[in-house]
Design a binder for this molecule. Structure first.
Ligand code: SF4
Length: 305
């Protein structure tokens, strides 16, 4: 706090000029696989210690055993990073970690093998974002209006770039956001922080509105327990087309630690089609802005356009 006040007094401006700055030293980011090999004993220990079930040891169809990591389920507890560190996993300082598809958050590495499992299409964050294909969207997040864009040839609609151009054309450089919280509210605090003078998401045309009637984007936090299924559907139906859904945080993506519990809290994807996934527990304000920019079609090769 003292450092922040000192910064404000000396610089006289709070708003960060460095967009999407990586996390500083000593700040724990989401874990990511490094590509280093890992023994079966180590992998089993990690899988048993992960409280969120984000690390698993699986056997592939070809008989290979792999360690699989689901960044969409990770609660950043630190077990695999700090308590049981291994060369196979490191903290990811990147804040641009949103993805369009759920399976882009899942990566795996073969046990006792130095090559990453390319079948999953994921080898850390950069490669995550190159895996694409609108028709393979496992969350069913491709909305009717994209497919109804009859002014584009079918093969163009299927490319991510054309899809982003289309979204960008529809929404322009400004978007209205309705936030629905169904969880512990730590993600809500970070959404609030994304609007403070330091991150200032309003400067990117991202405006939070009070009613779904005015909203283009539904930003959902929390694991979406059964009691929130119907209210969330009603909120979505109150929005006019075209409308987008963004899942913020591990709970909204996968249900987090409540996944498959009696509360039937398995994330937004169990109730609505999701267009963008922002992992983290909670995500950094830059990651939230990154995900909304992705939903707006304003992301181009890691930069805002
Ligand atoms: S940091 Fe994430 S992946 Fe690692 S043990 Fe904790 S919940 Fe599991």
């Amino acid at each position: 706090m003292i450092r922040l006040l000192n910064y404000l007094i000396t610089r006289k401006i709070a708003t960060s000029k460095a967009l999407f700055a990586p996390l500083g030293d000593g700040v724990r980011g989401l874990p990511m696989l490094t590509g280093e090999s890992i023994s079966e004993a180590e992998a089993v220990e990690l899988a048993e210690g992960c409280p969120a079930g984000a690390i698993r040891v699986l056997e592939k169809e070809d008989g290979r055993q792999v360690l699989e990591m689901d960044r969409g389920a990770c609660t950043t507890c630190g077990f695999c990073l700090d308590v049981y560190p291994t060369a196979a996993i490191k903290s990811d300082p990147n804040t641009m970690i949103a993805t369009r598809k759920r399976d882009q958050l899942i990566s795996s590495v073969a046990l006792n093998d130095t090559s990453l499992d390319t079948a999953s299409g994921v080898a850390g964050d950069t490669a995550c974002k190159t895996a694409s294909g609108v028709k393979t969207d496992t969350a069913g997040g491709v909305h009717e209006f994209f497919e109804a864009a009859d002014n584009l040839p079918q093969d163009a609609i299927e490319s991510d770039l054309a899809r982003e151009n289309l979204i960008s054309k529809i929404f322009g450089r400004s978007i209205a956001i309705r936030v629905v919280s169904t969880g512990c509210s730590s993600c809500d605090l970070e959404i609030g922080a994304a609007g403070n003078p330091i991150f200032d998401m309003e400067r990117f045309g991202m405006h939070v509105v009070a009613s779904p009637r005015f909203a283009d984007v539904l930003l959902v936090t929390g694991p979406v327990p059964k009691a929130m299924h119907e209210p969330l559907r009603l909120c979505y139906e109150a929005m006019s087309e075209p409308r987008l859904v963004v899942a913020v945080g591990s709970c909204a993506i996968s249900g987090g630690v409540l996944k498959d519990s009696y509360a039937q809290a398995n994330g937004v994807g169990a109730v609505l089609p999701v267009d963008v996934f922002i992992p983290g527990c909670p995500p950094h304000p830059w990651s939230i802005i990154d995900g909304i920019a992705m939903a707006m079609g304003r992301k181009r090769q890691g930069r805002l356009k």
